[in-house]
Design a protein around this ligand. Structure first.
Ligand code: PAF
Length: 284
């Protein structure tokens, strides 16, 4: 694997006669990231990964400074998983001057759910993803379904700007107990780690109650109370359309689960750590 830092070194390292697959990351790689790499290897001829902790997508009181930086272990994992090129720019390489041009995704996609609780987050994500796409010029890029809203917004950005990149969404990798893998799981102490799976379990419970025909607001309230009773602080626990994350628009009656593709999504704090997860399901 070749590791490069600057945009010009990067472009010289890529053979553009090959189908280039790209996996953007912020490092601290776990098995979920490595699934992205193996999917990229299966669907392209040259795999480029990036590691860049993007300041623009962190709020002023968020964990930019403490975000885990584990470059040495990350390069070892990437090398072992068959990544061809690692792009690991410094801030001075990607933001040599303050990034004045930014990509503002529309509020109906980016002002809800994560965007409501992390204002500016998706603007930061879209700006860096567009920039990384311009640096790497991939044919195909891979995003995890754990960050469902992020992958959906990137998909819309690619379509609206007619970017020549296919977006592939890769299933969430879970720990044995069901907890979705995330770099932020490393912040949890033992007791928090033991309870962390409750976010996933409550999403499973929401799916079952919704499928059984319970009213959506009852389903959401019960989920919220369940986590709160264990000391969690939920930001949102909701069921939305999996197509565009819109809420249920018609008055839903008890005993009448609406057919379609749905997704239960949750974000909640356990101690100082904020976790997110989701569960997609169909109702026939
Ligand atoms: O999902 C992430 O790790 C980041 O949001 C991304 C896509 C690498 C952009 O910084």
């Amino acid at each position: 694997m070749k590791t490069v830092r600057t945009i010009s070194e990067l472009r010289q390292s890529i053979d553009y006669n090959k189908r280039v697959g790209f996996v953007p990351t912020m490092g601290n790689l776990h098995a979920g990231h490595l699934d992205l790499i193996s999917t990229a290897k299966a669907q392209s001829q040259l795999v480029v990964a990036s590691i860049f902790v993007n300041r623009l997508q962190f709020g002023p009181h968020e964990d930019f400074d403490s975000y885990p930086r584990t470059f040495f272990e990350d390069t070892r994992k990437l090398e072992a998983s068959g990544c061809d090129v690692l792009f690991a720019p410094g801030e001075e390489d990607l933001y040599p001057v303050p990034q004045g041009f930014e990509v503002s995704p529309p509020d109906n996609l980016a002002g809800i759910l994560e965007g409501e609780f992390r204002p500016g987050f998706f603007k930061g994500v879209c700006t860096i993803v567009l920039k990384l796409f311009n640096c790497v010029q991939p044919n195909v890029a891979f995003f995890g379904r754990k960050d469902y809203q992020q992958a959906m917004i990137v998909d819309h950005m690619v379509n609206q700007f007619a970017l020549p990149v296919d977006i592939v969404k890769v299933p969430t990798r879970r720990e044995v107990d069901g907890l979705a893998m995330s770099s932020r799981n490393g912040y949890l102490n033992d007791a928090e780690r033991a309870d962390a799976v409750q976010l996933y379990l409550v999403l499973c419970q929401m799916r079952e109650s919704f499928k059984a025909g319970h009213n959506i607001s009852t389903v959401e309230e019960e989920a919220k109370h369940h986590l709160q009773s264990r000391g969690w602080k939920p930001d949102y626990l909701t069921i939305r359309s999996a197509l565009d994350l819109s809420p249920l628009s018609v008055i839903q009656k008890e005993g009448n689960p609406p057919p379609g593709c749905w997704i239960a999504l949750g974000a909640a704090r356990i101690g100082k750590t904020r976790l997110i997860d989701n569960l997609e399901f169909n109702v026939n």
